[in-house]
Ligand binder design. Structure first.
Ligand SMILES: Nc1ncnc2c1ncn2[C@@H]1O[C@H](COP(=O)(O)OP(=O)(O)O)[C@@H](O)[C@H]1O
Ligand SMILES: [Mg+2]
Length: 345
C-alpha cells in the first residue's frame, strides 16, 4: 500500500504566458483560448495552461513531457525564478508569489536547492569547495561546512577526490558533485531539471540508483524533470505528464500504465515493458479460492513486479501464485492467465 503523504507544494490554477502583453491576454485565457490560437493570433506563448497539482513531501515527483511542453517553466515557478501570469504556488502553506524580496531570498535559501543539467560547477574551485559553495554563501561556520561537505562527499562516492578540479572529473562524477552541493544545503525541496539527461546511459542509470538510495535517507521533496519515460518510471513515486503546457495526468507508474488518461498517454506508454512496472497487487484476484490440495503454488509479495512473479512461477514450474503482504498475510492470488493478460496489456 502506498502511504498518504501530505502536499509540500501546491500549484493552483497556474498559467504562464510569455510575451510583452501577457497580462492583457488573461481574459482570453480565461475564456479558454488554447496555445495554438494564442500563438497564431497574438504571437504570445502559452507555456502553462491552468496547472493544478500537489507535490508531496518525502516523494520523488517526476514531471515528464516532450521538449517544449513547459517542464522548465513549471519548475522555475516553484522558487519564483519565473512570475506566474495567473495562479499561485504554495509551499508549506505559504504563497511564494506574494513573498517580499527578503522573504523570497530566505525561502530560496532555506527550502530549495537545485541540481543543473550542465552541472554548473565553479571551474577554479576544488570538489570540496564546490560542495561547500552554497553553505559558504550562506555564511555558515567553517566547521559545519567542513563536516557537511565531507559527509556528502562520502555519500555520493567521491572520497579521495576532494582536491580535484571539475575538469579532472568525468561527467558522472561532476554531477555527483552537483548533487552533493545541493544536498549539503539541507533544503527541503530538491529541484532537478533534466539533471541526468546529459549523462551516458550507464552513468545515468548509476546516478538514478544513487538518488533512489539517498532518498531513503534524506526523504525530501524531489521535483525531478525528465523527458525520458524509462527514467520517469524508474525513479518517480508519481509522474506528472505535461503536453503543450497542460497537465494530462498525474499518478504512479502503475496508475498511468493501467489507466492512461487519454490517447496521448496511451501512445506514450505503449512500448513500456509492463512486466517491470506493474506489481502483483494490481493484477491479482482478491476473491481467493483455496488452492486444491495437489496444486503447486508459489508465494509472491504484493509488491513484486510481474517479472518477479513470472520468474517465481517458472522456476517452480507452477501456474498459481499466492500473493501475501509483507507480514505474510494472504491478500490475493495470481494464475498464469492473469500474468499473460498483464504482459499483453
Ligand atoms: N523566456 C521565454 N520567452 C518566450 N517563450 C519561452 C520562454 N521560455 C520558454 N518559452 C517557451 O515556452 C514553452 C515551454 O518551454 P519550456 O518550459 O522550456 O519547455 P521544456 O522544459 O518542457 O522543454 C516553449 O514553447 C518555449 O519556447
Ligand atoms: Mg526544459
Amino acid at each position: 500500500m502506498t502511504e498518504q503523504k501530505s502536499a509540500k507544494i501546491k500549484i493552483e490554477n497556474l498559467s504562464k504566458i510569455f510575451g510583452p502583453k501577457a497580462d492583457s491576454l488573461i481574459p482570453l485565457l480565461e475564456q479558454g483560448m488554447d496555445r495554438q490560437t494564442m500563438q497564431e493570433k497574438h504571437r504570445h506563448v502559452l507555456a502553462l495552461d491552468n496547472i493544478n497539482m500537489d507535490l508531496a513531501e518525502n516523494s520523488i515527483e517526476v514531471i515528464m513531457g516532450l521538449s517544449g511542453s513547459g517542464k522548465s517553466t513549471l519548475i522555475r515557478h516553484i522558487n519564483r525564478l519565473i512570475e506566474p501570469t495567473v495562479g499561485s504556488i504554495m509551499v508549506d502553506g505559504e504563497n511564494v508569489c506574494t513573498m517580499s524580496a527578503a522573504a523570497l531570498r530566505e525561502f530560496r535559501q532555506a527550502k530549495t536547492a537545485m541540481v543543473f543539467q550542465n552541472f554548473s560547477l565553479l571551474p577554479h574551485r576544488t570538489v570540496i569547495d564546490n560542495i561547500g559553495f552554497g553553505l559558504k554563501m550562506q555564511k555558515k561556520p567553517a566547521k559545519l561546512i567542513a563536516e557537511r561537505c565531507n559527509y556528502w562527499l562520502d555519500k555520493v562516492g567521491l572520497n579521495g577526490f576532494e582536491q580535484h578540479y571539475p575538469a579532472q572529473l568525468s561527467g558522472g562524477m561532476q554531477q555527483r558533485v552537483g548533487l552533493a552541493r545541493a544536498l549539503a544545503c539541507d533544503a527541503d525541496i530538491l529541484m532537478m531539471d533534466e539533471a541526468f539527461s546529459a549523462l551516458d546511459p550507464l552513468i545515468r542509470s548509476d546516478m538514478q540508483d544513487i538518488l533512489l538510495g539517498l532518498q531513503k535517507e534524506i526523504k525530501k521533496t524531489i521535483v525531478f524533470i525528465t523527458h525520458d519515460l524509462d527514467e520517469a518510471l524508474k525513479i518517480g513515486d508519481r509522474i506528472a505528464i505535461l503536453n503543450h503546457g497542460r497537465l494530462i495526468q498525474q499518478g504512479t507508474a502503475e496508475q498511468i500504465l493501467l489507466h492512461p488518461a487519454d490517447d496521448y498517454v496511451s501512445r506514450f506508454v505503449a512500448d513500456v515493458n509492463r512486466t517491470t512496472v506493474l506489481r502483483a497487487r494490481s493484477i491479482m484476484s482478491v476473491q481467493a479460492k483455496a488452492p486444491a490440495a495437489n496444486e503447486n503454488t508459489v508465494t509472491v509479495l504484493e509488491n513484486d513486479t510481474i517479472q518477479d512473479v513470472l520468474h517465481s512461477m517458472l522456476t517452480a514450474d507452477s501456474f498459481n501464485a499466492v500473493v501475501t503482504d509483507d507480514k505474510g498475510n494472504t491478500v490475493g492470488r495470481i494464475d498464469s492467465d492473469m500474468v499473460a493478460a498483464a504482459v499483453n496489456g
